[in-house]
Design a protein around this ligand. Structure first.
Ligand SMILES: [Zn+2]
Ligand SMILES: [Zn+2]
Length: 328
């Protein structure tokens, strides 16, 4: 088969021949229908998240099951499925025993412990696959498996209450979905961005207001929940100035700099909460909103042969707002 192979740390991605995977016990082979290119793929390529090279990356896979391995009972040929980041835990540590495999230190992840989805075929553990709603296209479904799952998990983990106000800082691959999810759930939603050219687009996505910074957010009434999807902690720290008392800041971005916590937030009892993908029920809900058309991924689509160009646009922060790879 063809696959996008990363030869070594910081190496150029190359589309080339690669062994077609076979399904082992409890595994399935998926013929990839679409594969989202997440900024985390850039981190892995650059060695910020360790893996073994050469490696095929990609952890937003969707497609059709074409082979089922021994012992698989709940999936069959032609099922439309996707796979999340963490496929399985060790099964033996405290967090696995608590049913929270996403917290296992020895978890097996898509495109890290197993080959990823920027290829024609991918193998996955059957239990790690999620059936995709019939009316959701592959292109719309793929980014939900990391970006959509992450932001909806963060929103749910913030324990939103009726009448609360939600703000989103960092309107990109995650943030444009976070806005739509908060709105789909019925909450007043405010976008924080310094890019003036994004304003109109952000309103079309459903934001009730667009403000430039945390001070303007506070002046506009503030936020009880801040979905911090920015890859800049200085932007997140600035946005926190707009928090209301007892607010929750949900950290979902990745930034190399330290995060500065403004002192006044201590007196306002504002909580800082880390969040990633907090359990498969949130993936189910995230896909369902997308299937209902209440959340639409804005994506640039590239053929597998064009993946280097897609990578460059994601790495350079130019993509609006997500890149999706489809078969040649
Ligand atoms: Zn991702
Ligand atoms: Zn474990």
């Amino acid at each position: 088969m063809k696959a996008a192979v990363v030869p070594q740390v910081a190496g150029r991605w190359q589309v080339k021949e690669w062994p077609t995977p076979k399904a082992g016990p409890n595994q399935v082979v998926i013929k990839i229908g679409a594969s989202g290119l997440c900024y985390t793929d850039v981190h892995i390529t650059l060695g910020h998240i360790p893996t073994r090279f050469p490696r095929v990356l990609g952890h937003e896979p969707v497609g059709e099951i074409v082979e089922v391995g021994p012992g698989v009972t709940s999936r069959k040929i032609a099922d439309r499925v996707g796979v999340g980041w963490v496929q399985r835990g060790c099964g033996r540590c405290e967090w696995c025993l608590r049913g929270k495999k996403e917290l296992c230190a020895n978890a097996v992840s898509t495109g890290i412990g197993l080959e990823g989805s920027h290829a024609e075929y991918m193998v996955a553990y059957a239990d790690a696959t999620m059936l995709i709603p019939d009316r959701l296209s592959y292109e719309q479904a793929a980014p939900i498996f990391c970006a959509g799952y992450t932001v909806w998990s963060g929103f749910r983990f913030a324990d939103p209450k009726p009448h609360e106000r939600v703000a989103v800082v960092g309107i990109g691959g995650l943030g444009h979905l976070a806005l739509q999810y908060a709105k789909a759930a019925g909450f007043e939603t405010i976008a924080i961005t310094r890019s003036k050219d994004k304003g109109e687009m952000i309103r079309e996505l459903g934001a009730d207001a667009v403000v430039e910074n945390g001070e303007k957010l506070l002046a506009a009434g503030g936020a009880d929940i801040l979905l911090a999807t920015s890859n800049s902690w200085s932007a997140t720290a600035d946005a926190m100035k707009g928090m209301r008392p007892d607010g929750r800041v949900m950290l979902m971005g990745v930034s190399p700099e330290p995060l500065n916590y403004p002192l006044e937030l201590m007196f306002k009892r504002v909580r800082l909460i880390g969040s990633s993908q907090n359990g498969v029920e949130y993936l189910y809900e995230a896909l369902d909103y997308a299937a209902q058309g209440k959340v639409k991924v804005m994506a640039e689509t590239y053929k597998l042969d064009e993946i280097e160009r897609a990578y460059d646009r994601v790495a350079g922060g130019q993509v609006r707002f997500r890149a999706v790879i489809t078969p040649n």
